[in-house]
Design a protein around this ligand. Structure first.
Ligand SMILES: Nc1ncnc2c1ncn2[C@@H]1O[C@H](COP(=O)(O)OP(=O)(O)OP(=O)(O)O)[C@@H](O)[C@H]1O
Ligand SMILES: [Mg+2]
Length: 389
């Protein structure tokens, strides 16, 4: 049991630091600074990455920092709108609380309390179209088709127009090349099938005046927090996250604001993989370079990933701090290859028993700061609601 006197320490500090947990004798804090911070949290699934990230984010919220979460595959984070319904294993003095003004967007399959995140096709380029399923030829013709025939139409109207006029229309691009439209029947099928899919998914819009698109920096300026889920569509997530992060970077550079948001990337290894599929390469490269540019401007990011060896190595190489949880035996070899023997051996000794403690589990983590100092700790619970299995 942690000693009371140390818990009193925490009360004195009153959230001016980020508390992670304790080592049985003393409280363990994340180093606090206002500079760029890429922190990587990695473990087997189920060990407690998300809970730890929620503990960090909840404290950032108390410090007045805006929160932007990219929860590409699930909608776990929307629970941050509620206080943790079980108040065990929390640091003393930190009662469960909800994150107010927390807006949750999803791209299509809306749950209660979520809003639709609309995607503006006008912002998509040829490479973007390819990565979301258009064939090479369809992707290269879609941009000119939208430009010449898409204005003042809804997406549905545009789709119908293309469908019924397919062999009559010629884009300016075709005319300048002196040829008819360049699509074979096969490409027509691909183009129309993909457009049809977009029409059926409510999230896509042809939006000339941007009235539909949300601006994340507007939320940040209004001291509001945002969580976006992409229904598991990592292809779309990469494109949209690149845009959002770029918008935040521009705003940070122009406004010189001290309200630097904290950005959370769930399943970062799938989002920013080390070895992307050929069709994903372009978007992964863009996202990586945007994030690295952000790092220079003081971006604060939490990357959560079960398979850190799959994460793009420019993120792994440039991360400032790491938190490791338990892994499986064979994975320590991979960890050793990336992080070295000392870190692999220390994390090998980490503990996790999900059945212990009346089913609440017992776990510890390894925290590695920029000086490569290693500290093991028992993480506290999150004051905002967590996912329950
Ligand atoms: N610090 C903690 N205190 C109490 N319970 C915890 C803690 N960390 C994790 N848990 C329990 O373990 C469960 C799984 O944790 P969590 O969802 O954070 O794991 P994860 O590592 O993010 O898993 P995945 O890779 O599947 O996303 C939680 O729902 C919670 O019940
Ligand atoms: Mg998780």
């Amino acid at each position: 049991m942690i000693k009371d006197v140390l818990l009193d320490d925490f009360n004195k500090i009153k959230f001016s630091n980020i508390l992670l947990g304790h080592d049985g004798n003393k409280l363990i804090y994340k180093r606090k600074h206002n500079k760029a911070d890429f922190t990587l949290i990695t473990s087997l699934p189920g060990v407690g990455k998300t809970v730890l990230a929620k503990l960090i984010v909840a404290q950032k919220h108390l410090h007045g920092k805006p929160i932007v979460v990219f929860d590409t595959f699930s909608m776990d984070w929307y629970l941050g709108k509620y206080p943790n319904s079980e108040d065990y294993n929390l640091p003393r003095g930190l009662e469960p609380f909800p994150i107010k003004d927390y807006h949750c967007f999803n791209i299509d399959n809306l749950k209660k309390g979520e809003k639709l995140y609309k995607i503006n096709i006008l912002k998509y380029n040829e490479e973007n179209f390819k990565s979301i399923g258009f064939s090479d030829a369809a992707a290269s013709d879609l941009g000119p088709l939208i430009e010449d025939y898409g204005s003042s139409k809804t997406l549905k109207e545009f789709y119908r127009f293309i469908k019924s006029n397919f062999y009559k229309i010629r884009t300016k691009k075709d005319k300048s090349r002196g040829i008819g439209i360049n699509l074979h029947k096969f490409e027509k099928v691909n183009l129309l099938r993909n457009l049809r899919k977009m029409v059926d998914q409510k999230c896509w819009v042809l939006d000339d005046n941007k009235k539909d698109s949300i601006s994340i920096t507007d939320f940040i300026q209004k001291k509001q927090n945002v969580c976006i889920s992409f229904d598991g569509r990592e292809d779309i997530a990469r494109i949209e996250i690149s845009r959002i992060v770029e918008e935040i970077i521009r705003w940070l550079a122009e406004s010189k604001s001290h309200r630097r948001p904290i950005l959370v990337f769930e399943e970062a290894d799938s989002l920013i993989p080390h070895n992307p599929k050929p069709e994903d390469e372009y978007n992964v490269n863009i996202l990586t370079s945007v994030l690295l540019r952000g790092r220079k401007l003081g971006l604060q990011c939490l990357y959560l990933c079960p398979k850190v060896w799959n994460l793009n190595d420019s993120i792994t190489d440039l991360a400032h701090e790491f938190v490791f949880g338990k892994f499986r035996g064979k994975d320590y070899e991979k960890i050793k290859n990336i992080f070295g023997y000392r870190i692999a051996e220390t994390s090998r000794k980490l503990y996790w028993d999900r059945f212990a403690n009346y089913g609440r589990g017992i776990r510890n983590f390894l925290y590695i700061n920029e000086q490569e100092e290693l500290q093991t700790f028992v993480p506290f619970n999150s004051p905002i609601q967590i996912h329950r299995e």
